[in-house]
Design a protein around this ligand. Structure first.
Ligand code: ADP
Ligand code: MG
Length: 593
C-alpha cells in the first residue's frame, strides 16, 4: 500500500522534489525531470533515460557521473510527455549529442520519439536505444517487441560509462545496442502494487501461487504456478534465461537479482546464492553481479533475474566507476557543482484577435471539452479496471489527467480571446503533457490535429467537420501505427470515421451523423472483446485480455456518444442569434452543400 501523500495526483511530482532535495550533490530539478548538478565535460554524449515514476531507483536515481546525464520523469507508471523529454534533453546536452534510452513501452516510444524528432530538427543529434530484455513478453525472433524491465540497468550503465570515457554518439549508441541485444530478464510476482490513492492493488496473485513473467507497471504475469521453493525458483529463472541466450554468447555474464519493491534483501540474497551456483555449474563466470532494488514497481512483491553476456569491450564499461544517488561503483574524482541556466521562460502567448463569431465558437469548443471531461470522470474507475486486466490499470486516471488539463488550458485560451484552433491546440498540448502514456500522446496529437483542421473561422461547413474528423483519426493512426484488429482505440475510431463520412455523404445533419458514428464506435468497441491485443502494453497478456474490450476503444466510444448527445441538445435549443454564421463547432456545422 502506498500511504504517504497529500494529494495522490501530486505524488510523482512531490516525490521527485523530495528526491532532489535529498540528493542536491547529484541532481538538479529541471522542467520535466532531473539533470546532473555537477560539471559535465564539453562534448560528452548525454545519456538521457526516463519513463514513468514509481520505479526508483530507475530512473532519476541513476543520474550521475559514469551513468545517465539526465532523466525525464513521467507521472506514476506513465511515460513522460514529449515536451518533458525535449526540455530535459536540451538541459542535458553538453554538445556531444543525446542518446535516449528507455524501456520499450508504447507510450514512451511515442513521446520520446516525438522529442527526438524535435531535437534533431534543432540540430542536436539524437539517437534512441530501446531496452527489450523481458523474455516473457515476446519470443526471441521478435526481440524488438519485448518490453524493458531490469535490463534498463545494464544498457544505461554501459552507455553511461562509454559516454564518460569520451566515446562519440555513434560508439555510445553501438555499445548500448549490443548490450541490449545481449541482456535477458525474467521476473516473477507474488503480489501487485497499489497506486497512490487507489484502494486495491493493480492485480493480485492467489495465495500459494506465483505469477511468471511480470511487467514493471503492475502488469500481472503471463502464467500462474504453484509457489516453488527458492531452489526451484532459481532453477526456473536460470534455465529459461540460458535457453534464450544470444547466438554469440561467451561464458562471462553479469547477473542481477532485482527486487520489485517488497521482497526483503535477505530473500534476494538467498536466491542470488542459489542462482550463482547454477550459473557456475553451467560453466559461466559471474562478473561484478548486483543484488538489490534496481528497477522497482512501487510496493510490488516480486523479483527478476537479468543476465548480460559480456564481451571484452562491454566488460570494460560494465566495470567502470559510476557515482549516482542509487548506484555506485569504484572511485570517481569528485566533480565540481555547475550553475544551471534558468529554465527557458515559456514564450509569451501570441494574442489572437478573433471576430466575435470566432470567439463564440471557441467558447463552444470549450463546452464540448467540458462534456468530455464529465464522461471521462464518470467512467474513470471502469476504464482503470479494464486496463488492469491486461495493461497497467492507468487508462482511467491518465484520461482524466489529460482531459482536466485540456479543459483548463482551453478555458485559459478562451479567456485570453481565442478561436477554435487556438482552443483545441492548447487543449491538445496540455492533454499530452499532463496525461503521459500512450493514450495521452494519441489524444493530445489528435485534438491538436482537429484544431488545426478547423482553423480560426467565423463558421464551419459540413466539409470542415469531415476534415476535422479525418484529421483526428489520421493523427492517431500516423503516430500509433496501429491497424484495424490490433485491439486498440483504432478499432473504434475507423468505424466511427466511416459511419460519420457515410452519413454526411447522404446529407445527414452534424448531430445525427455524429450519433450514427458514435453508435458504430460503441458496437466496434464492444467487439474488441473478441480480439487479442497486438499493440501497446496489453500485447504480452493477450490471452488475459480476451473476452474484455479494449479500454482505449471503450473510452473513445463513450466520449463520442457524449459529444453527439451534447451537440444534439445544443442544437435543439432555440438559436440565440439569427446569424447564419455564428454556429459551428458547438452546435453543429452548417451544411453548405
Ligand atoms: P498506456 O498503455 O501507456 O498505459 P493507456 O492505458 O492510457 O496508456 O491507454 C491504453 C490504450 O491506448 C489502449 O487500450 C489502446 O486503445 C490505446 N493504444 C495503445 N497503443 C496504441 C497504438 N499504437 N495506436 C492506437 N491506440 C493505442
Ligand atoms: Mg495503461
Amino acid at each position: 500500500m502506498t500511504q504517504i501523500f497529500d494529494n495522490p495526483a501530486d505524488f510523482a511530482d512531490e516525490a521527485l522534489d523530495g528526491f532532489v532535495a535529498a540528493n542536491r550533490g547529484y541532481v538538479a530539478r529541471v522542467d520535466g525531470g532531473v539533470v546532473r548538478s555537477t560539471e559535465v565535460p564539453a562534448g560528452q554524449v548525454a545519456l538521457v533515460v526516463g519513463g514513468g515514476s514509481g520505479h526508483y531507483p530507475a530512473f532519476a536515481g541513476l543520474v550521475g557521473p559514469g551513468l545517465a546525464a539526465a532523466s525525464a520523469c513521467g507521472n506514476m507508471f506513465a511515460s513522460p510527455a514529449a515536451g518533458q523529454v525535449y526540455r530535459v534533453a536540451k538541459a542535458a546536452n553538453a554538445g556531444g549529442g543525446v542518446l535516449l534510452s528507455y524501456g520499450n513501452y508504447a507510450g514512451d516510444v511515442l513521446h520520446f520519439g516525438q522529442a527526438q524528432l524535435r531535437l534533431n530538427a534543432e540540430g542536436i543529434p539524437t539517437r534512441t536505444v530501446l531496452v527489450t530484455d523481458d523474455i516473457a513478453s515476446a519470443p526471441l525472433d521478435q526481440i524488438g517487441k519485448r518490453r524493458g524491465i531490469a535490463g534498463d540497468l545494464t544498457v544505461f550503465k554501459i552507455a553511461g560509462a562509454a559516454a564518460e570515457a569520451g566515446l562519440d554518439l555513434d560508439d555510445v549508441e553501438r555499445l548500448a545496442i549490443r548490450t541490449n541485444y545481449r541482456t535477458r530478464s525474467l521476473g516473477v510476482a507474488f503480489g501487485g502494487c497499489t497506486l497512490p490513492g487507489a484502494d486495491a492493488p493493480l492485480f493480485s496473485v492467489p495465495a500459494g501461487q506465483m505469477s511468471l513473467g511480470l511487467g514493471i507497471h503492475g502488469e500481472p504475469g503471463i502464467s500462474e504456478h504453484p509457489m516453488p521453493t527458492a531452489s526451484e525458483l532459481a532453477d526456473l529463472l536460470v534455465t529459461k534465461l540460458l535457453a534464450d541466450k544470444p547466438h554469440d554468447a561467451g561464458d562471462r555474464v553479469v547477473a542481477i537479482v532485482n527486487g520489485l519493491g517488497t521482497v526483503k534483501y535477505d530473500e534476494l540474497f538467498l536466491l542470488f546464492g542459489k542462482i550463482e551456483k547454477l550459473l557456475l555449474a553451467a560453466g559461466l563466470t559471474v562478473v561484478e553481479p548486483e543484488c538489490g532494488e534496481l528497477v522497482t514497481s512501487l510496493d510490488m512483491s516480486g523479483l527478476s533475474l537479468t543476465l548480460l553476456w559480456l564481451d571484452e569491450e562491454l566488460e570494460q564499461y560494465w566495470a567502470a566507476p559510476a557515482d549516482t544517488p542509487a548506484f555506485r561503483k569504484g572511485n570517481l574524482a569528485p566533480r565540481a557543482r555547475r550553475e544551471l541556466a534558468a529554465p527557458d521562460e515559456t514564450a509569451a502567448e501570441a494574442t489572437e484577435h478573433p471576430t466575435a463569431a470566432a470567439a463564440d465558437l471557441g467558447r463552444q469548443a470549450v463546452a464540448v471539452l467540458r462534456q468530455v471531461r464529465e464522461v471521462v470522470v464518470e467512467h474513470e474507475e471502469e476504464l482503470g479496471r479494464l486496463d488492469a486486466i491486461a495493461g497497467d490499470g492507468d487508462h482511467g486516471i491518465g484520461m482524466r489527467r489529460g482531459v482536466e488539463a485540456a479543459v483548463t488550458a482551453a478555458e485559459q485560451a478562451v479567456a485570453a480571446g481565442a478561436s477554435v484552433e487556438r482552443v483545441l491546440t492548447a487543449a491538445g498540448e496540455a492533454w499530452s503533457e499532463r496525461a503521459g502514456g500512450t493514450s495521452g500522446a494519441l489524444w493530445g496529437s489528435a485534438v491538436i490535429a482537429a484544431g488545426l483542421a478547423l482553423g480560426n473561422r467565423d463558421s464551419y461547413s459540413a466539409g470542415d467537420a469531415a476534415a476535422a474528423v479525418t484529421a483526428f483519426v489520421d493523427a492517431i493512426t500516423e503516430l500509433g501505427k496501429a491497424e484495424l484488429g490490433d485491439k486498440t482505440m483504432v478499432d473504434a475510431l475507423l468505424p466511427f470515421r466511416d459511419a460519420f463520412l457515410t452519413a454526411f455523404d447522404v446529407g445527414t445533419s452534424l448531430p445525427d451523423a455524429l450519433a450514427a458514428a458514435a453508435a458504430a464506435a460503441q458496437t466496434a468497441a464492444d467487439r474488441t472483446a473478441d480480439l487479442r491485443p497486438l499493440k501497446g502494453r496489453a500485447r504480452p497478456l493477450a490471452e488475459k485480455s480476451l473476452g474484455n474490450p479494449d479500454p482505449g476503444a471503450v473510452s473513445f466510444a463513450l466520449i463520442s456518444e457524449r459529444i453527439a448527445r451534447h451537440l444534439a441538445s445544443v442544437r435543439a435549443k432555440p438559436e440565440p442569434t439569427t446569424s447564419d454564421t455564428a454556429s459551428g463547432a458547438g452546435n453543429g456545422a452548417q451544411r453548405n452543400d
